[in-house]
Ligand binder design. Structure first.
Ligand code: GAL
Length: 362
């Protein structure tokens, strides 16, 4: 009996790219995910995918798992369920719910979840954030609303010339991966186009700083530019203060972490489900200036980030300063079979470096 049980259990090591069984022996179904640490327990929230290519839309909801050591994960069920198909809810079955992240608000005692939300049947055109909250880390979370970002607010340092300038974005076709030809980002002035409605939100993450300020980091302006937005003190809305970083660099899949007082970002380029070379950046202040560094991946396969895309960075339990890269190896043809690529991050001065390992421990 004991032997049979052991064979179902994940081992005390990470095996990037392999099936990763939970406590029931089922491959962990939490993609584009993020972690929350509360009272010595890690909670992993991610997209619950289903079989086939139709499994990339939200058919079920956001799945939650818990662990004390990051190796063994207990299935905690669906933390946020989709609403029934046809209900007209923003999060109805068949909508797109991606890259959920959960943070805990010490003042209100609420667990707050943000995710990238696309309303059903509209492709990636809604470009909204969804917000949900709950009283327990495992849920249930209640959907509150969907929103664009910071409607009616200009980003930090946006020039008067652009605020008062023309908008050439109207009527242009955006591929999501590059600008329409022969026109610059400033000429397009997407920020001004979206000023009243609010800025677009696609790939995203959350980050809580040591002073409890929380930030929403998301791909905006037709994916061309990352925004960093300060949240309100209850974490349930944008505060109105935000900055644009890496304009025109088409950064996706942001994962933000802090090490020795500096802020780091791991990101990808913008090529849909297909992997590309990773990117990294460092800053002394979260508002920047952000300095882009090199592709953090090194060795064979570095140009596709070892066939993965960043989603989160976590510090290893009890090993201060040991950071772990969490990435997704998407399987768009059979979404449920997406694999988790977790690898150690080492630093060459400020440059994060990630190398392949078949099997490793922190
Ligand atoms: C990726 C993005 C994923 C998902 C996918 C859809 O670039 O990181 O979260 O949106 O595109 O094609």
């Amino acid at each position: 009996m004991a032997l049979a049980f052991c064979s179902l259990r994940a081992e005390d090591s990470f095996k990037p790219g392999e099936i990763w069984p939970d406590n029931k022996g089922v491959h962990i179904n939490a993609h584009g995910g993020g972690l929350l640490l509360r009272d010595g327990v890690y909670y992993w929230y991610g997209e619950h995918k289903t079989k086939g290519s139709g499994g990339n839309v939200a058919n079920v909801g956001i799945h939650c798992y818990s662990s004390k050591d990051l190796y063994h994960w207990k299935d905690e069920g669906i933390a946020l369920e989709v609403a029934p198909a046809g209900s007209g809810s923003d999060i109805e079955k068949g909508s797109i719910i991606e890259r959920p992240k959960v943070i805990y608000n010490r003042k209100t005692g609420k667990y707050v979840m943000w995710f990238h939300l696309e309303r059903k049947g509209r492709g990636y055109q809604s470009a909204c954030a969804g917000i949900a909250a709950g009283d327990s880390p495992t849920g249930p979370f209640t959907f509150i609303r969907s929103t664009r970002a910071s409607a009616g607010h200009w980003p930090e340092g946006y020039s008067e010339a652009l605020k008062n300038g023309p908008v050439r974005a109207a009527g242009k076709n955006f591929s999501g991966g590059s600008l329409p030809g022969q026109v610059t980002l400033d000429e397009l002035n997407i920020v001004k186009r979206d000023f009243d409605r609010g800025q677009m939100v696609r790939d995203m993450t959350l980050f809580v700083d040591d002073d409890d300020n929380a930030y929403h980091i998301y791909s905006s302006e037709e994916n061309s530019t990352l925004h960093i937005a300060l949240l309100s003190s209850d974490y349930l809305s944008h505060s109105g203060k935000y900055a644009r970083i890496f304009p025109g660099r088409f950064m996706e899949a942001p994962a933000l972490f802090k090490r020795e007082g500096r802020y780091y970002l791991l990101m990808s380029g913008c090529t849909g489900w297909a992997p590309n070379a990773g990117r990294s950046a460092v800053a002394d202040s979260i508002w920047g200036p952000w300095v882009e560094l090199k592709n953090p991946f090194q060795g064979k396969g570095a140009n596709t980030s070892f066939r993965s895309q960043s989603t989160y960075v976590v510090e290893a339990p009890g090993k201060k300063g040991n950071f772990i890269y969490m990435g997704d190896r998407w399987n768009p043809g059979n979404a449920i079979d997406g694999r988790h690529i977790w690898l150690p991050i080492r630093f060459e001065n400020t440059q994060p470096v990630i190398e392949w390992a078949e099997s490793w421990k922190y």
